[in-house]
Design a protein around this ligand. Structure first.
Ligand code: KG4
Ligand code: ZN
Length: 340
């Protein structure tokens, strides 16, 4: 039987990415980050779509070259339909549509959040490739989403809890902005937080009782602590940066851990996976591994490069849709609010 070779395209936010997957095995995964947003403290949608337009052809070209395949061998092309920024999604989807038309191969549309979860099923040659078994719980934490998803199959995914306001990544990025750190601030809070005391500052209480989350109150509480500190000492932030980062990180992550434990108990499911950009956070990873060691959970954490936005996760989702014959036609248009 001939190999199923899939080209995946991801362009939902500020990363342009292309990847090739062959029978579920990764051959290449190229990600081009857009540096242009750093000085604005957040992603500027118009600049993001322009940068995608510049990057998409070289990124796809490199992904094909690096994979060692001939583009004539592609079985299908898949792309992120949403959720995401409309202008950014349009670049990836238009490219994918014309490529599929030109090559006369099927076109597959993928939900970005499903892609983050599917990152757990990317196979690597020479690796043990340990995967979660269905059903499992996935904590999906990114710049735009914070969800607990009950995953029953490659296609059957139900959101059982989500944020009522800011996403966890947003909480990291907004806190970093208050501290004067550049965008995206999540990785910087992680870096400085490693050196600080996580109990030095206390930020608000999380009062949402069910499996949902709320981060807006915490953000206000962080702002108050910092304003009060600066009133007394103009060097408050620089003198306390490590402790502030450690305490902010502890506050955000503690909520995630408590909610996933609650979901695990309620659903009687002990397999816990994590997905999305915030799963790159080292303190969250440490806390999750503690669940494995002390609470008898099985924890699944994707490789670092499959946590933040990438096309490998889109290509693996496309591969399983290909096996089911789930194709779309040329009339498809991006859906910036596409839910799971
Ligand atoms: O999934 P992703 O790459 O893009 C979205 O779909 O949003 O997630 C980006 C988010 C940003 O908020 C970024 O600050 C956060 O993930 N992030 C981190 C870390 N690395 C990325 N947050 C905390 N610690 C990190 N190490
Ligand atoms: Zn994402």
């Amino acid at each position: 039987m001939s190999k199923k070779i899939i080209l995946g395209i991801e362009s939902s936010c500020d990363d342009t990415s292309a990847a090739i997957i062959s029978d579920g095995y990764i051959l290449s995964n190229i990600v081009s980050n857009q540096k242009v947003h750093q000085k604005y403290g957040g992603v500027v949608p118009e600049l993001a779509s322009r940068a995608h337009q510049q990057n998409i052809i070289p990124v796809v070209d490199t992904a094909i070259k690096e994979s060692g395949i001939n583009k004539k061998d592609l079985s299908a092309i898949c792309f992120t339909l949403g959720p995401g920024l409309l202008g950014s999604l349009l670049v990836g989807s238009s490219f994918a549509k014309s490529f599929a038309l030109g090559m006369n191969i099927p076109l597959i549309a993928v939900n970005h959040m499903q892609g983050h979860i599917m990152a757990h099923f990317i196979k690597e040659k020479g690796n043990k490739n340990r995967f979660p078994k269905f059903p499992f719980l996935c904590l999906t934490v990114s710049g735009g989403h914070t969800q607990i998803v009950l995953v029953k199959s490659f296609e059957d995914m139900t959101v059982i809890g989500e944020t009522l306001d800011d996403a966890a990544g947003e909480a990291f990025d907004k806190s970093a902005k208050i501290l004067g750190l550049s965008y995206p601030g999540g990785p910087l809070i992680d870096k400085y937080g490693k050196l600080g005391d996580k109990h030095k500052f206390i930020f608000g209480n999380h009062k949402v009782g069910d499996l949902n989350f709320s981060y807006s109150g915490i953000k206000t509480s962080i702002l108050r602590v910092i304003e009060n500190g600066l009133d007394k000492n103009s060097k408050f932030i620089e003198e306390n940066i490590d402790d502030l980062c450690a305490s902010i990180q502890h506050t955000i992550v503690d909520i995630l851990i408590k909610k996933i434990m609650k979901a695990s108990k309620e659903k009687g499911i002990n397999q816990i996976a994590i997905a999305g950009g915030v799963s790159a956070n080292s303190y969250l990873r440490t806390r999750l591994l503690e669940l494995e060691q002390k609470h008898n959970k099985q924890v699944f954490i994707p490789k670092f490069e499959y946590c933040t936005d990438n096309a490998a996760m889109i290509a693996i989702s496309g591969y399983y849709k290909f096996l089911e014959g789930k194709f779309v036609n040329q009339s498809i248009t991006p859906n910036s609010r596409f839910s799971l």
